[in-house]
Design a protein around this ligand. Structure first.
Ligand code: DP6
Length: 363
């Protein structure tokens, strides 16, 4: 597998290096994403067991500012000015990885200020938005320190490549529209090392697909994703799952390209239910669905039988992502208020839609 090269960001030129006490600061806003074809299970080096495809969100994002200083007296990494912040262990591992690839970052200490636009544990992947934003900031800082500018296309490819090491799903957040991660014969240039955008092959009806996130429970995840992926290591259905994911990916690509919503509905719901079926049939048999999750799913299907173009996805938790096209927004949002809000914790629904990807913030 060819490896995107970060060597462009290394420098041996002494004059281009940061001088002691110099400060560099940058801020990126990066969105979360929701997988239509699920990444579930991984091999060594964060290579996914199967290709996945996601829609990038618009309103659910992380805003991160990284301030780097060339002062080795400082504690290496602080998050929101706190050296004991709970995100630090995972971020430190990530930093160690990226420093191996971009050694000039070793000369710096980092203060990270980060906020999410959405509440915690709501079925929106904060690791996807968080690690993509952090990776973008670190690469921008590396550009500043090395005095080198990477062309935009290559920059996002590198950011996808490195953010994968923080969290697999993060590598898909670097692009607007829809992104694919994982090697597949269906998409030229696809790779397990980074995601690729598939925006050009998407029919207009899906370019502004809405996603209402129905928060059934905001309890912290009972199955952390790393443990979840490990359940696939000796799963009795693992080989069948890999074949199914390839077929579902092919179906999803065809549906997105042609605007065939029936096809997209069928494959998206199959993926969501398969994810939970795999979790339930794993060793230990974890059940992440709650009674209101099932109630909401049944109501969505009943509304669809009556002609409403609505369908759902699930992450590894009880919350429901409800999709609908822009043109049906009024009707569907009325249906949500009338029939679904009562199943949500404190009536919480987060209205989101397909987004355009990360944005560099003004200094
Ligand atoms: C069910 O990307 O959170 O949301 O790579 O261990 O950080 P790590 O896992 P993570 O897994 C996401 C799993 C999923 C499906 C998906 O987003 O594709």
């Amino acid at each position: 597998m060819s490896h995107p090269s970060l060597s462009v960001l290394t420098t041996h030129n002494k004059t281009a290096r940061a001088i002691s006490g110099e400060k560099f600061s940058v801020s990126w806003k990066s969105p979360s994403n929701i997988a239509l074809v699920k990444y579930w299970g991984k091999k060594e080096n964060q290579i996914p067991l199967n290709p996945s495809l996601s829609m990038t969100l618009s309103q659910s994002y992380t805003l991160t500012r990284v301030t780097a200083i060339t002062d080795r007296e400082e504690k290496k990494l602080k998050v929101n000015a706190d050296a004991g912040h709970p995100f630090i262990p995972k971020m430190e591992l990530f930093l160690q990885y990226i420093e191996k690839e971009v050694p000039i970052l070793k000369e710096l200490s980092f203060n990270v200020e980060t906020t999410n636009s959405f509440p915690h544990s709501t079925g929106i992947a904060s690791s996807a938005s968080g690690f993509s934003a952090f990776a973008l900031c670190l690469l921008s800082i590396a550009e500043m320190v090395s005095g080198k500018n990477i062309a935009s296309g290559e920059f996002f490819n590198l950011a996808s490549f490195v953010s994968r090491m923080g969290s697999g799903s993060a590598c898909r957040s670097l692009y607007g529209g829809y992104s694919l991660w994982g090697k597949t014969d269906h998409v030229q240039g696809s790779s397990g090392l980074f995601a690729v955008p598939i925006a050009k092959k998407v029919h207009p009806i899906f370019r502004n697909l809405h996603d209402a996130i129905l928060v059934i429970s905001s309890e912290p995840k009972s199955l952390p994703s790393t443990k979840g992926h490990a359940l696939m290591d000796h799963h009795p259905f693992a080989s069948a799952r890999i074949i199914q994911a390839e077929n579902n990916l092919s179906e999803t690509l065809k549906a997105l390209d042609s605007g065939d919503i029936e096809r997209l509905i069928s494959v998206t719901e199959n993926e969501a239910l398969t994810l939970h079926a795999l979790i339930m049939s794993s060793k230990g048999g974890t059940v992440l669905l709650k009674p209101p999750t099932v109630n909401v799913i049944l109501r969505i299907r009943e509304a669809r039988r009556k002609g409403m173009p609505v369908f759902f996805s699930l992450d590894a938790g009880p919350n429901v992502h409800l999709f609908y096209p822009e043109k049906s927004a009024l009707e569907v949002e009325q249906f949500i208020r009338d029939e679904l809000v009562s199943s949500c914790e404190n009536g919480l629904v987060i209205f989101d839609c397909c987004g355009t990807g990360p944005v560099l913030q003004e200094i």
